[in-house]
Design a protein around this ligand. Structure first.
Ligand code: FES
Length: 154
């Protein structure tokens, strides 16, 4: 839990207080604090004069706008059709085995969160994942094991 302080006001001054400003404001909060608290979403609703339900609806629709605290490394596994057909299931199983968590969970040491996401634009090199901002593509269970081992040593 963090204090949103003046951040919502600063972001609203920067992006404006129109309905279209909602996304950049939410992204700005996530950039700074990694996720959106209820308090932050209520504050955004107040600042833009829209309902908190609308803010929450937008935030929960976009998987990149986390509404829960996530680990240091957020692993987003593409669940869209090309990746699904090219072995996304094996990638998920490998990650769950290595990290000892299920999709939607965070490791006890807060290092890794594992989530599924819609297409991340690497369909031509499926299956693909993102670890924070970094894409990893054409994955196999062996390849993803090596990648995660590297992150474990960081
Ligand atoms: S379908 Fe997975 S990256 Fe597009």
């Amino acid at each position: 839990m963090y204090q949103v302080g003046n951040l919502v006001k600063e972001l609203s001054d920067k992006h404006g207080r129109e309905r279209e400003s909602l996304m950049p404001i939410l992204q700005g909060i996530v950039q700074k604090h990694n996720y959106l608290t209820d308090e932050a979403m209520v504050e955004v609703a107040r600042e833009l004069d829209i309902s908190a339900a609308e803010v929450y609806g937008t935030a929960s629709f976009y998987t990149f706008l986390d509404t829960q605290l996530k680990g240091k490394y957020v692993i987003r596994v593409c669940k869209t059709i090309t990746c699904s057909m090219k072995g996304k299931g094996d990638i998920i199983h490998t990650l769950e085995d290595m990290l000892k968590i299920k999709v939607g969970e965070t490791t006890a040491d807060n290092q890794f969160s594992l989530v599924e996401t819609n297409c991340i634009g690497w369909c031509h090199k499926a299956p693909a994942i993102l670890i924070n901002e970094m894409p990893y593509t054409e994955l196999t269970p062996e390849k993803v094991t090596e990648i995660i081992k590297d992150y474990m040593q960081k």
